[in-house]
Design a protein around this ligand. Structure first.
Ligand code: UDP
Ligand code: MG
Length: 341
């Protein structure tokens, strides 16, 4: 069976066209399938529209999260509820065309565990495209593992890869990074990213920044190492400068018109203090990013809670329990919160 996971936040206008396009494509797949629409705590009619479709189409299932947990937790919820032996992740805005899926399924059936989509062209603003381009290259150069360039969450994975992803215990989930981390047999297929079919982007600047930082901080310790290197370089430079000034003072030397015995030097002193304090703050900020993530992981809260579901009687697959770890609310436990429809 094929599972198609669709995270949706306030996509009320796009759900019906999405369902139509998927149904048309699925006719050609000639395989049993389920669509799992994860309503990420939308406050428009996303849930109502999805539930209406689900009542007339049993293959269309809805998992509605208890609030807006974010795109990555929504995809995580989908992955944990999917039953298929092939699982696809698709955006609700039709930017990732479902017509492309058959190529991905074919590649998976050829023996690949993960087939991810590589965006060759995007139909978005120039600034956004440039930011994405720079970001993916920065991430690839910093990351401790090989993360493919320009590959978002749009992908198809087999059961082995999905189970491996679901077994990963971390809460701050950067799926495209975790997907690379699990390794297995992976390949990329190029596709052209479309413009949004309806509505406006749901990733605000703040959410995008969070996702970007999650990617870098969760997959690289290099920023921390860079701080250390910068600290060492600055330390050596300061020591050398201090020595020069000391010798200058003792010998009453004037270098570049500057003599420490004069009252001069206030400006350079201020500049040095300001530069160093800002460098320190910046470095503290980077450390803060990692400490914040540690704090989040230690709290051990679940990635998401399910509010209600439609057409979904089966319990999600259990995550493997970590020995010695504090008990965490597995999705199965989370299901106890389900009030049903
Ligand atoms: N999304 C979500 N929760 C959020 C934000 C976004 O489930 O908090 C979904 C959204 O409905 C869409 C997908 O994630 O299906 C990608 O979001 P968007 O189209 O805004 O991102 P972009 O394509 O601009 O990167
Ligand atoms: Mg989009």
């Amino acid at each position: 069976m094929i599972s198609i996971i669709i995270p949706a936040f306030n996509e009320g206008d796009g759900i019906r066209p999405l369902h139509q396009r998927l149904t048309d494509c699925a006719a050609a797949w000639n395989e049993d399938y389920e669509v799992i629409l994860v309503d990420d705590g939308s406050d428009d009619d996303t849930y109502a529209v999805a539930a209406e479709i689900a009542w007339s189409d049993p293959r269309f299932k809805v998992v509605s999260l208890a609030r807006n947990f974010g795109h990555q937790p929504a995809v995580t919820a989908g992955l944990e509820h999917a039953r298929g032996d092939l699982v696809a992740i698709l955006d609700a805005d039709l930017q990732d065309p479902p017509e492309e899926l058959h190529r991905f399924f074919r590649k998976c059936r050829e023996g690949y565990d993960i087939v991810y989509a590589v965006r060759t062209r995007r139909k978005e603003g120039l600034l956004k495209r440039a930011c994405y381009k720079v970001y993916y290259r920065l991430l690839a150069s910093l990351a401790d593992i090989r993360i493919p360039l320009d590959a978002g969450d749009f992908c198809v994975m087999n059961r082995r890869a999905v189970d491996a992803l679901n077994a990963l215990p971390e809460r701050s989930r950067f799926i495209r990074g975790l997907r690379s981390w699990v390794g297995l047999r992976q390949t990329g297929l190029a596709y052209e990213r479309q413009a949004r079919a309806a509505g406006t982007p749901k990733y605000t600047f703040r959410k995008l920044l969070q996702l970007g930082l999650d990617g870098i901080c969760n997959f690289s310790a290099k920023p921390l190492r860079l701080i250390l290197l910068a600290g060492v370089a600055l330390g050596v430079f300061s020591l050398a400068a201090a020595l020069v000034v000391l010798v200058q003072y003792a010998a009453d030397w004037t270098i570049w018109g500057y003599n420490p015995r004069d009252q001069k030097g206030w400006t350079s002193l201020m500049l040095a203090v300001l530069f160093l304090s800002s460098a320190q703050l910046f470095c503290l900020g980077i450390i803060g990013e990692y400490v914040g993530r540690l704090f989040d992981e230690v709290k051990g809260r679940p990635v998401y809670l399910v509010g209600r579901t439609v057409n979904l009687n089966a319990r999600p697959r259990r995550r493997r329990k970590r020995r010695g770890a504090t008990r965490r609310l597995t999705p199965s436990a989370a299901q106890d919160y389900t009030d049903g429809v």
